[in-house]
Design a protein around this ligand. Structure first.
Ligand SMILES: Cc1cc2nc3c(=O)[nH]c(=O)nc-3n(C[C@H](O)[C@H](O)[C@H](O)COP(=O)(O)OP(=O)(O)OC[C@H]3O[C@@H](n4cnc5c(N)ncnc54)[C@H](O)[C@@H]3O)c2cc1C
Length: 375
């Protein structure tokens, strides 16, 4: 496969880039705080959807332009590098829209436009206090009742739960058989009686609120089921898979930002002992991009994409190393602007080694599924 952009891909990429430049430079789109300005980030999501650049491979008129996977990857990388705003409720278009589109009834699919445009936010109810990495051991139960289900249990680390209109909830519907075969997915309006949302206080940048969500005798109709009963694992795995490129692209861009801070600092105050480390991180950034292209090439050729867990692991851990290096290069007397960029980047990089499967879990997957090592 030739991974150089074709003429058609180069043209669509240029058009996308021009649209982004125009959007970012419009006077009404100025912001002093790209991380915390949720209005700015929401306006971008809406406009990108309407212009067809939100998810370029989606159909025309539905947030995309129907472009192929290669052009989409280039556009996503260009947008991230050129400072496109981060989507405020990234799991909406990243996970929920795919789940609704692929597994939803007509009534459920009717939510897709609003979710993808960011007109409403949805949360993802997966992790529980005793079931994070081992998601299959979740205990939140959905018992069948007349005409529907009754849900009881607790979720944790639920991003944006307080501001969400709905939850894409995963709950246990069977206790016999392998644990992952007894889980179902549900569409649950957050206003349903019996749901209590408790925000979790955290340190660091307040751009994303985590919550605990308690379900106490919550009644939902049969039509809340998303996909077939007991097939929630399939819904979760297929929908989360769509985030795979976004995670390494976001981390690659964070690494590049950290490298820029290191470069600036080393230029102002040369530190030969850090130069080799800097070169190594830059080399790792190139390796991430090339591995991403290998993953794409495998998918386009219909082969299994074995790169995803490697990319998740390596891009998130490299981002941590890149920010630690930048902090050492900048020193304790770094200007305030650099200090706050470093702090935000470090915190983001810490979270990235947890969400979407921790580093240890990625290592298990690489060992068992890719290298075929014994368990
Ligand atoms: C920024 C961010 C956003 C998030 N948003 C959401 C969300 O919207 N919805 C949601 O449901 N969840 C969300 N999460 C939660 C996330 O999915 C979990 O944190 C993650 O799955 C890990 O689960 P845990 O925190 O319970 O850790 P645990 O599973 O308790 O793990 C604790 C430690 O043990 C290690 N460990 C566990 N099992 C193994 C094993 N088999 N082998 C080796 N080591 C192991 C882990 O790697 C980790 O270091 C979010 C997390 C973050 C950081």
């Amino acid at each position: 496969m030739d991974l150089r952009p074709s003429d058609a891909d180069a043209a669509v990429r240029a058009e996308a880039g021009a649209w982004l430049e125009a959007w970012l430079s419009a006077p009404e789109h100025r912001t002093d705080d790209p991380r915390l300005d949720l209005e700015w980030r929401s306006a971008y999501q809406r406009d990108a959807y309407d212009a067809g650049w939100l998810v370029p491979s989606w159909p025309l008129g539905e947030g995309g332009r129907g472009v192929g996977p290669e052009a989409e990857l280039w556009i996503k990388l260009d947008f991230a590098r050129r400072g496109a705003p981060k989507l405020p409720n990234v799991q909406g278009p990243g996970v929920v829209a795919h789940a609704l589109n692929t597994f939803g009834s007509d009534e459920q699919r009717a939510h897709v436009r609003a979710v993808a445009r960011g007109d409403v936010w949805w949360c993802l109810g997966m992790s529980e206090p005793q079931a994070g990495s081992d998601l299959a051991s979740m205990r939140t139960r959905a018992r069948r009742t007349d005409g529907g289900f009754t849900i009881d249990g607790q979720k944790v680390w639920t991003s944006h739960a307080r501001d969400s209109s709905h939850c894409l909830l995963f709950a246990r519907t069977a206790s016999e058989g392998p644990p992952h075969r007894g889980i179902s997915a549900f569409v649950v309006p957050m206003e349903t009686p019996g749901i209590t949302v408790v925000p979790i206080e955290k340190i660091g940048v307040q751009d994303e609120e985590f919550c605990e969500v308690f379900f106490d005798d919550v009644q939902v109709p049969e039509s809340a089921l998303l996909g077939p009963e007991h097939q929630g694992w399939k819904v979760a795995m297929e929908s989360l898979g769509h985030e795979r490129d976004m995670i390494w692209i976001m981390n690659l861009v964070e690494i590049e930002a950290a490298n820029e801070l290191t470069r600036e600092a080393l230029r102002a105050r040369p530190r030969p002992e850090l130069t080799l480390e800097y070169a190594a991180v830059r080399g790792d950034a190139d390796a991430i991009w090339l591995t991403g292209l290998r993953g794409l090439a495998s998918r386009v050729a219909g082969r299994p994409d074995l790169q995803t867990p490697l990319l998740k692991l390596f891009s998130t851990e490299t981002a941590q190393r890149a920010f630690l290096l930048a902090r050492r290069a900048a020193g304790l007397d770094a200007p305030e602007r650099v200090g706050s960029e470093l702090l935000a980047g470090e915190i983001e990089a810490l979270g990235a080694t947890l969400y979407g499967g921790t580093s240890e879990i990625q290592r298990n997957i690489v060992g068992e599924r890719i290298l075929g090592l014994p368990r």
